[in-house]
Design a protein around this ligand. Sequence first.
Ligand code: PLP
Ligand SMILES: N[C@@H](CCSC[C@H](N)C(=O)O)C(=O)O
Length: 458
Amino acid sequence: MSGGSFPGSSKDKVNGAGKALTTHDLDGHDLPPSPAPSTPRNGGRKYALATELVYTESNDQYNAASVPIYQSATFKQTSASGGGMEYDYTRSGNPTRTHLERHLAKIMNAERALVVSSGMGALDVITRLLRPGDEVVTGDDLYGGTNRLLKYLSTHGGIVVHHVDTTDPETIRGVVNNKTAMVLLETPTNPLIKIVDIPSIASIAHAANPAAVVAVDNTMLSPLLQNPLDLGADVVYESGTKYLSGHHDLMAGVIAINDSALGEKLYFTINASGCGLSPFDSWLLLRGIKTLGVRMEKQQANAMRIATFLESHGFKVRYPGLKSHPQYDLHWSMARGAGAVLSFETGDVNVSERIVESARLWAISVSFGCVNSLISMPCRMSHASIDAKTRAERALPEDIIRLCVGIEDPEDLIDDLSRAVRIGAVNNVEQLVQAGAVNITPEGFQALKINDSAEASS
Ligand SMILES: Cc1ncc(COP(=O)(O)O)c(C=O)c1O
Ligand SMILES: N[C@@H](CCSC[C@H](N)C(=O)O)C(=O)O
């Protein structure tokens, strides 16, 4: 494995590289060091990213092709002194988790990565850097769960949260000050697919307060397509539940940093609160990451086909792969791809509901980034925790439909969507029949109606 031998190999067991470090808790007190030694920045990458996703070195004693799952809560120690061994307890560190963290650090261009039990868990760990009275500047289009956690911190934690239009760096300049402890960005945003200029906002935030932490949620693109740490962010986090795992069979959160003191503070919270990712889920996530390149390539190609199909039928489509996206150039100045999430509006919430409920291949589900395609109405699903008044104030359209495109045959996806749109766009059964949206001819339908009424009158 790049950036260090596999933890748990004999040469790592005593006095692993991390043991020499002195670490601190959130208030600066000395702490015993964390068991995951830092990797060199960029994790010692040797190959193209698509190769590095797949490539891991293991010093496992049996040369196992798949990283072993160290399904153990505790580890035997060689003495009662409480020191000397790299691992003592899985909440504090586990070899399978460390392997994943090193692999992620490598692909995220980070000095260190940390993995926790969900994307929201990652944001929770990051926001525990805040103190009462601190100010947070964030967007007015954000994942519903992020909005919910920030609202909780403002009502229960004494944190002042400013939701502003992050698509305009000048708006940020007007609101940041020396109390701004964190600037929290999503790009593209979920679900309006707005693009946020990470480099400009990071420099504005750091000029206002050099200690401000610029945190970027990279879930909508994954490290394959965007590296916020290279764009000026201090912390990047992602829901590993999405593209990184790719199969909707696990929940995970990833945090990556290039500042070792910040990394130790975040590790402290993970150990103290007990949200580190389990060995089995760490193994599953490692497995998922290997296919990220091929999955994303197919998902993006499919998403582009779907976006073009909808746009050609007159829908206002939000997708950064389309030249019509108002921030197309900004997006491509930061990212290597458009991802596979897009949204569009129909103009009528009932039409949207009928479209979503008429889809057969597209599953009505929250989440995204997985191999199968999903359809949803964010205002009623992923963003339902934002109250209707706030949604209206922030111009989140109630009729917006979000599509999360998978790896199926694109013709099947388009056929199914086209059929669902036809059903959604008409409002009675005769129109459905005329539109050919049901498997019956108009003549057959008329005959059926006569039989129905004959039955009813008998
Ligand atoms: C953009 C974004 N960030 C963070 C999260 C939280 O991730 P998780 O569901 O893994 O907690 C989600 C979805 O849940 C999301 O859409
Ligand atoms: N009931 C959940 C909804 C999760 S939404 C998951 C994902 N981020 C998405 O955007 O679809 C909740 O209340 O958090």
